[in-house]
Design a protein around this ligand. Structure first.
Ligand code: PRX
Length: 623
């Protein structure tokens, strides 16, 4: 605690000095002399944040060359396929060579510094290789989660106006091949900017179309060295889409210098990374956790990481325990939804395994409820591992709140204290002070600098509710010195740790021919944390059929992907609306959280149709 208090004070009292000192852990071509400059008040002009503006680097030097030189034979990546005997390892030297070959392939295809490359890829080593190759040549990567539908992929490709797409013939999931290339082709049909698609024929040989290039043929025999293209610290490294409260996904832009420093340092400290560690982050590369703590954090720290293409329950719910035993994993990072799923499967699945290598157990993405915390601590950690529940967001680039190992005691149900340089504050979001916004009062290097193509939305979403502060969109309160996250206070759902906007789901539901109107909110769910509750008003003369839920879910699958699925369907006569026609999701949220008397719902006098409330409550109680 003593170390933390001292270092924390230094970090927040003079952030520029603190982070410039920390930045010496990154390999710069030109060492920065400038720390932070920023404006977070819209009345004073454009909102911006800059770190290390005069620094120059290529982040792959920190992630690859440095270790290829110092520890060339150390394993960087340990890929485990779904089949137990499907394993591939890359040492740092081999990984650097593979990235350089891929960099040549991309430049041979005409890709230039600053171009945007979209990736729609499964959890295979080539995904990491391609991502790092983009960074090597100074291109901006945008990885689109491979579980999204062709429609969702097309929306993102069109926003990016990317010319190149890298994909794989298929992904492997639950023993099945998921045809990624089919989705990519469908998406491309309505994304005219894409002129080249590179395809990894991961498992199967498929014939390619004229604008498609076979990764293996193109990369074969290319040189294994490639000079890194030097970038400015503030140049974009990647764009990553996430959901906001509107139906339009937001492409958050992260920069080279600030992002790599923040991902690297938080990874090192949150997991107390040591040279002998075998680290495993189960997150998909398509999300920010996969970026910061699957790829960039571990490689920048010269760590040995596991990359697993598979799910926790296939062929049986012992898959994770098997992998932990097999590779003697020391640091493990997963999501509460996984913990709940495996806890529900039962301890009989983990009892046969030796999990004694584990030292630190991390969690991210949604609240880790005390029951799951206890299970994780007792059965996985055998009461001797430090549990670190980490709160952060796509926007923050890295962990913001957590109980640092060796510094803080974990308190179940809380996300601990601020990381170095992070100054949180709780600001009242409602007049009755029943909800407080979790805000951050000063910049840190990992913050996303803008929303791609929509800086106004960036300024509005994060910097208008409370001038001069970053507003996270989460509610929180303090329990002693530890923060407790109460969840999103905007119209964003957190389903199994996936962020989905209610507007996006509603848009997909009303594509069903009988659904006239829809409103969705999160409803407590035993495994997913939050399930999707949909209130649907049918078109005149339409009746509810037994197949409605399945049909609605087909609409969601095709518009968004299999991650979006209605769990609770309520067909109602009308939705509670304000006089200006806005649906009051707040009321629906309260009802599905168990408030079934009208008084408990608060002020409903502003509703245009207050009588609808009793009907909705009846529906919830009696079905
Ligand atoms: O609501 C918070 C929740 O996930 C949101 C961020 O989602 P995303 O940008 O997809 O990033 C997820 C991985 C960092 C937050 O606004 N969240 C994230 N971590 C936690 C959490 N809620 C409670 N406890 C956490 N540890």
């Amino acid at each position: 605690m003593k170390n933390y208090a001292h270092e924390y004070a230094l970090s927040v009292n003079n952030p520029s000095k603190y982070w410039l000192e920390q930045s010496s852990n990154i390999a710069w071509s030109k060492t920065p002399t400038r720390g932070c400059s920023y404006n977070w008040e819209s009345t004073k002009g454009t909102i911006f944040t800059e770190w290390f503006a005069d620094g120059e680097l290529n982040i792959t030097v920190s992630c690859l060359d440095k270790h290829a030189q110092n520890t060339p034979e150390k394993v960087a990546l340990l890929w485990q396929g779904e089949q137990s005997d499907n394993v591939h390892t890359y040492t740092y030297k081999q990984l650097l060579e593979a990235v350089c070959q891929c960099a040549h392939m991309l430049t041979n295809l005409g890709i230039k510094t600053g171009d945007i490359i979209a990736l729609f890829m499964p959890m295979i080593p080539e995904t990491y290789i391609a991502t790092l190759a983009c960074a090597r040549i100074g291109a901006v990567h945008s990885i689109i989660f491979s579980g999204l539908s062709a429609h969702a992929l097309a929306t993102r490709l069109n926003d990016l106006k990317a010319q190149t797409l890298i994909t794989a013939a298929s992904a492997v999931r639950n023993g099945k091949n998921i045809p990624l290339l089919d989705s990519a082709r469908q998406a491309r049909a309505c994304s005219p900017s894409i002129t080249k698609t590179v395809v990894i024929n991961h498992d199967e040989q498929s014939s390619l179309e004229s604008d498609e290039y076979n990764w293996h043929t193109e990369i074969n025999n290319l040189p294994k060295t490639f000079e890194p293209v030097i970038r400015h610290a503030e140049d974009a490294l990647f764009i990553l889409y996430t959901s906001g409260s509107t139906g339009k996904p937001k492409g958050l832009v992260h920069t080279c210098g600030g992002y790599i420093l923040y991902a690297s340092m938080t990874h090192k400290q949150v997991f107390d990374i040591q040279p002998e560690d075998v680290y495993w982050c189960t997150a998909d590369i398509g999300w920010i956790t996969g970026h910061s703590y699957g790829l960039y954090g571990p490689l920048s720290n010269g760590c040995t990481s596991i990359l697993f293409e598979g799910v926790p329950t296939y062929p049986q719910p012992d898959r994770y325990w098997q992998i932990i035993q097999k590779y003697r994993v020391t640091k493990f990072y997963t999501a509460p939804t996984v913990i709940r799923l495996l806890a529900q499967a039962g301890t009989k699945w983990l009892e046969p395994y030796d999990l004694s290598s584990l030292k630190i157990l991390g969690s991210v993405g949604e609240p880790l409820d005390p029951t799951s915390w206890q299970w994780y601590h007792t059965h996985v950690g055998k009461n001797r591992c430090h549990i670190v529940d980490t709160w952060w967001q796509t926007e923050t680039g890295g962990v913001m709140l957590c109980a640092l190992p060796g510094e803080h005691k974990t308190q179940a149900g809380t996300v601990g204290q601020p990381f170095y340089g992070i100054k949180p504050t709780l600001v009242s979001a409602t007049e009755d002070r029943s909800i407080t916004d979790l805000c951050i009062t000063q910049p840190w290097p990992g913050i996303a600098r803008t929303i791609f193509n929509d800086h106004d939305a960036y300024a509005k979403t994060y910097f208008t509710a409370h001038s001069g502060m970053y507003t996270s969109g989460d509610g929180a309160f303090l329990d002693h010195d530890n923060y407790v996250i109460t969840g999103r206070i905007d119209d964003v759902l957190n389903v199994s740790g996936h962020r989905i906007s209610s507007a996006e789901i509603e848009g997909a539901i009303v594509k069903h021919p009988t659904c006239a109107e829809a409103a969705v909110v999160g409803q407590p769910h035993p495994i997913k944390g939050e399930g999707i509750a949909a209130f649907v008003v049918l078109s005149a003369d339409c009746i509810e059929t037994a197949k409605l839920l399945d049909e609605i879910n087909l609409c969601l699958r095709s518009c968004i992907g299999p991650i979006a699925k209605v769990d609770f369907l309520y067909v109602v006569e009308g939705l509670p609306k304000t006089r200006s026609g806005k649906v009051m999701r707040r009321i629906l949220r309260k009802i599905v959280h168990g408030t079934t008397d009208i008084v408990g719902l608060g002020d409903i006098s502003t509703l245009l149709n207050p009588e609808i409330i009793s009907e909705i409550i009846n529906k919830i109680i009696h079905g």
